[in-house]
Design a binder for this molecule. Structure first.
Ligand code: NAD
Length: 491
């Protein structure tokens, strides 16, 4: 077998700087795998701060002309981009499944969500408007306009390769900024395709740049004095690090972190209609979603029906290559991540939780080298156990019964993460109480994955979010612009 660098089926990625794909200035690469197959399919260059420097220079050079480009003309580029994304929709979804592992249907859903962000950002001529007031004093007027910041950057996680970068890129450039993107080194292929498509949309060189890599690129982005704002999505420790480092360097920052999501089921829930939704929350995308259910909290008599139905539904899932029709759960992202998830299942057993469905032995005959973990259910979990307190980011459901709604709310409130949470009930009063006291900022009522659409803010609270303004929607416009107030008098 030749070295991966010499294999024609292994793509070595480049950076996109100043409107061209260019080689990274590094000799170090990260192997990208197809997690369903276990094969290396690409090599991500671990770029250096010198590569970031080139990208920032290109973005800074492009900024004056781009910010002077009328907002409607900027939006036209995004309309064209949407057209390209629609035309290549299936190809993009297949790339997502190939590099990430989620099922093709899940990949399609994520590309659709990415496109919705582009659509919303096309509304920049309306969304970016300011305000004004005549005669704030005799003959004096005041008006407020939103202006772009300059060069801004975004850093993405592995779990939504086509979607998460779109939470930022379209909003940043629609408002007149120029942009540097760092995709996750584990899944760089979807972004390569999307930038290729963007290049066909009359976007001037340097407005969007992409630097592949890992930690060194992230730190260089945080430190670079030419970058005005940083958006980050990933785990809580790195989110905290990026927020602290970027703000210490004087930047505006928003950092979306990890999650431990509590799903409460009341005895009056409509079990027939809810169980599919709850199952999807825990096992969709193999549990690798920041909005995935992780802790199932049945209240009182809901325990037995919720547990039994979840067990039945988990056992019915079909694990396999996400590209194969009929497969309902794909692999996890990598061999190390598989080991990590399996380690949590081992710990759950050691710490005394009751293992009802064990995903450790999952094998897919036609894909013997894939990184599969089967759906797993634990009962009698406490929030003191590792599986009850830490983010697993895999297909593991932990059931932790509570006697009352108040107790369920208290459990959820005691966790340092507060990304998303859901309640299943037919009681408006219980739902209201729950939503009011939830610490998480994304709340589902009979909804398992409370994902705000592109025109609403996306982001959690406590250790799941560092910053003020959240991703996309009006917050996105707000984050990428400064409000300038002009007070004028004419003699
Ligand atoms: P991660 O934190 O490991 O990596 C995220 C990004 O940070 C990547 O681009 C990576 O290259 C970089 N990075 C990793 N370690 C670093 C370090 N030590 N210093 C500097 N940069 C570093 O996250 P991941 O494993 O790619 O993604 C999964 C995590 O993302 C989960 O915790 C999940 O909950 C979270 N997530 C959160 C949201 C949200 O909206 N809150 C959305 C998606 C994913």
């Amino acid at each position: 077998m030749p070295d991966v660098a010499d294999r024609p089926d292994v793509l070595t990625l480049d950076n996109f700087i100043g409107g061209r794909w260019v080689k990274a200035r590094t000799a170090e690469f990260f192997d990208v795998h197809n997690p369903a197959v276990g094969d290396v399919i690409g090599r991500t260059p671990l770029s250096t701060s010198a590569d970031v420097e080139l990208a920032v220079q290109a973005a800074a050079q492009a900024f004056p002309a781009w910010r002077d480009t009328p907002v409607n003309a900027r939006a036209q580029v995004l309309y064209k981009f949407k057209g390209q994304l629609e035309a290549h929709f299936e190809e993009l979804a297949r790339t997502v499944t190939t590099e990430h592992g989620k099922t093709l249907d899940e990949a399609r859903g994520s590309v659709r969500r990415g496109i919705e962000c582009v659509e919303v950002a096309c509304g920049a001529p309306s969304l970016m408007q300011g305000s004004g007031l005549e005669d704030i004093s005799a003959g004096i007027d005041c008006h407020v306009v939103r202006q772009p910041l300059g060069v801004v950057a975004a850093i993405a996680p592995f779990n939504f390769p086509a979607m998460v970068p779109m939470w930022f890129l379209p909003f940043a450039i629609a408002t007149g900024n120029t942009f540097v993107l760092k995709p996750s080194e584990q899944v760089p292929l979807s972004q390569r395709k999307m930038v290729d498509l963007l290049q066909r949309c009359d976007l001037p060189p340097g407005v969007v740049n992409l630097v592949n890599g890992g930690r060194e690129v992230v730190n260089a982005i945080c430190d670079h004095p030419g970058i005005r704002a940083v958006s980050f999505v990933g785990s809580t420790p790195v989110a905290r690090h990026v927020y602290t480092r970027a703000t210490a360097a004087g930047k505006r920052a928003q950092a979306l972190g990890g999650a431990k999501n509590f799903v409460v089921v009341m005895p009056d829930a409509d079990f027939d209609r809810s169980i599919g939704i709850i199952t999807e929350s825990f096992y969709g995308c193999a549990g690798e979603r920041c909005l995935a259910g992780s802790m199932l909290i049945p209240v009182g008599e809901a325990h037995q029906p919720a547990r039994d139905r979840l067990v039945e539904a988990a056992k019915a899932l079909k694990v396999g290559d996400g590209m194969v029709p009929g497969v309902t759960m794909g692999p996890v992202i990598s061999a190390p991540h598989r080991e990590r998830v399996l380690g949590y299942i081992d710990k759950g057993v050691q710490e005394g939780a009751k293992l009802l469905v064990d995903g450790r032995a999952a094998r897919v005959e036609e894909r013997p080298n894939g990184y599969f973990v089967g759906p797993t259910v634990f009962d009698e979990v406490s929030t003191k156990m590792s599986i009850g307190s830490e983010e697993i980011f895999g297909p593991v459901a932990s059931i932790c019964p509570a006697k009352t709604l108040d107790e369920a709310i208290a459990l959820m409130r005691s966790h340092p993460n507060a990304n998303a949470t859901s309640i299943f009930t037919s009681s408006g009063k219980a739902a209201r109480e729950f939503a009011k006291h939830a610490t998480a900022s994304m709340v589902g009522v009979n909804i398992g994955v409370a994902a705000p659409m592109a025109y609403f803010p996306f982001g959690g609270a406590k250790d799941s979010f560092f910053g003020d303004l959240k991703a996309h929607g009006r917050d996105g416009i707000e984050f990428y612009t400064d409000k300038k107030v002009t007070i004028s008098r004419w003699f």
